[in-house]
Design a protein around this ligand. Structure first.
Ligand code: 5AD
Ligand code: SF4
Length: 444
């Protein structure tokens, strides 16, 4: 009987893509996929280390999963991803039931490492300067959207961030391999691709920059939508803005992390841009791309963030009027530069600051969505909504969730939905018949 692998994914979309890559490796080694940990011979957690909370969750989950090992001692329990790379051998010491700790650059030989882990604990956390897995085929989950990593690692070393230490140096996949993956996704029936990288717009392969890559991806037949995440404001060239604006399939949505609205804090964060530069970029994007949806990441409570700094962030957020903002409390990450700096904002004050931003952003999101009522949006159908299966959902071009009464639409169809009601995060259709383009219609 073949062996069975179960993977649970935490953190960002890069990890989702990496889990599919790992599943591809296991598939080539003859494994089948298990849907539940209790049915698996190998249980892997693909982890995140961006904030301390992420690591706490994993410890809890490892505690729960260890019962499968106690019940069946042959089961291999492993930790992959950023937390594995961050803690290395300390993870084996702290959770002795873990058999293998494997970092983001050691997935190529994973089935082999698992065999070794059946004999003795394995630590595979060497980072690589050139591993991109460009030649490996991921086992993608069914759906309308395929995640494609186009670069790995990060060279920015923002003071708060652990990513450069756990994912290593920035490296791009060869353009030919990226385009092959886009073509392959189209052949598998995916309608949308999301190009991924920690600083995705820093992509470069020889003369091919991110703008040129978008143009080449835009020509791939069968793909209807192209997204990318996350760009860094300092790497967003005029060429890239123009490519986003002119490529027909590239969606009008940019996730542009702000982090702070105070130049003093941005400088200490080593973000390499000023608020003026950021806002000029936003103005350029908005002028070039009609209907652009903008989302962002913000950190509150960075060491030394004064009340005035925070107010500058708040004002910047309100000026830009984002469609959505993800706001985080600063979390010191051992290894990152700012972890050595004293924390000056206490937990209660971080809570006050984050709550205020979340509340004000919710209001802005609602106002922006309110303005969509009565109009039509184009929705790529994904399937039944979680709460009520009579309702289906999909994403708009702006990456907003749209929920509508299901009639005979299929997954992968594109529908024009009239917006009847909204919440800050969702658009609701009223079920008035609208034009449908079925998944089989070849329109691109
Ligand atoms: N503390 C809080 N938030 C962080 N982020 C990255 N590192 C930290 C940290 N140490 C946030 C940033 C980034 C997002 C993915 O996570 O806002 O853009
Ligand atoms: Fe972290 Fe900064 Fe790199 Fe983003 S750009 S992954 S925040 S170091």
């Amino acid at each position: 009987m073949s062996r069975r692998i179960y993977i649970e994914t935490y953190g960002c979309q890069m990890n989702v893509a990496d889990s599919e890559l790992m599943l591809g490796r296991f598939r080539s080694a003859g494994y089948e996929r298990a849907e539940l940990p209790g049915e698996a011979d190998v249980i892997l957690l693909n982890t995140c280390a961006i904030r301390e909370h992420a690591e706490q969750r994993i410890y809890g989950r490892l505690g729960e999963l260890s019962r499968y090992k106690v019940r069946r001692p042959g089961v291999v329990l492993g930790v992959a991803g950023c937390m594995a790379q961050h803690l290395k051998g300390r993870l084996l010491e702290r959770v002795p039931l873990v058999d293998i700790v494997v970092g983001p650059d050691a997935y190529r030989d994973l089935p082999l490492l698992i065999d070794q882990a059946r004999e003795e604990p394995v630590l595979a956390t060497r980072l690589s300067r050139d591993e991109t897995y460009a030649d490996l085929a991921p086992a993608r989950a069914d759906g309308v959207r395929a995640w494609i990593s186009i670069m790995r690692g990060c060279d920015k070393f923002c003071a708060f961030c652990i990513v450069p230490y756990v994912r290593g140096r920035e490296r791009s996949l060869p353009v030919g391999d990226v385009i092959k993956q886009v073509e392959h996704a189209a052949a598998e029936g995916f309608k949308e691709v999301v190009l991924l990288g920690q600083t995705v717009n820093a992509y470069r392969d020889g003369d091919v920059d991110f703008a040129e890559l978008l143009r080449r991806a835009d020509r791939v037949h069968g793909i209807e939508r192209i997204r990318f995440t996350s760009p860094h404001p300092a790497d967003m060239t005029d060429r890239a803005v123009e490519a986003i604006a002119t490529c027909a399939k590239v969606c009008p949505h940019v996730h542009l992390p702000l982090q702070s609205g105070s130049d003093a804090v941005l400088d200490r964060m080593r973000r390499t841009y000023t608020i003026a530069h950021y806002e000029t970029l936003v103005a350029k994007l908005r002028a070039a791309i009609p209907g652009l949806s903008l989302t962002t990441d913000i950190i509150v409570g960075f060491p030394g963030e004064t009340e005035a700094d925070f107010e500058a962030t708040r004002a910047a957020m309100l000026r830009t009027r984002y469609d959505a903002a993800f706001v985080f409390k600063y979390s010191p990450r051992p290894g990152a530069r700012s972890a050595e700096w004293p924390e000056t904002v206490d937990e209660a004050e971080k809570t006050r600051r984050i709550s205020l931003l979340i509340e004000e952003q919710k209001q802005t999101s609602l106002e922006i969505n309110d303005a969509a009522i009565g109009g039509e949006v184009e929705v790529l159908v994904e399937g039944p909504a979680r709460r009520d299966p009579k309702q289906w959902f999909g994403k708009t071009l702006q990456f907003k969730t749209a929920v509508f009464p299901h009639r005979d639409e299929n997954v992968g169809d594109t529908l024009r939905m009239r917006v009847a009601e909204v919440s800050p995060y969702t658009l609701f259709g009223d079920g008035v018949p609208a034009a449908i383009r079925t998944a089989e219609d070849v329109t691109v």
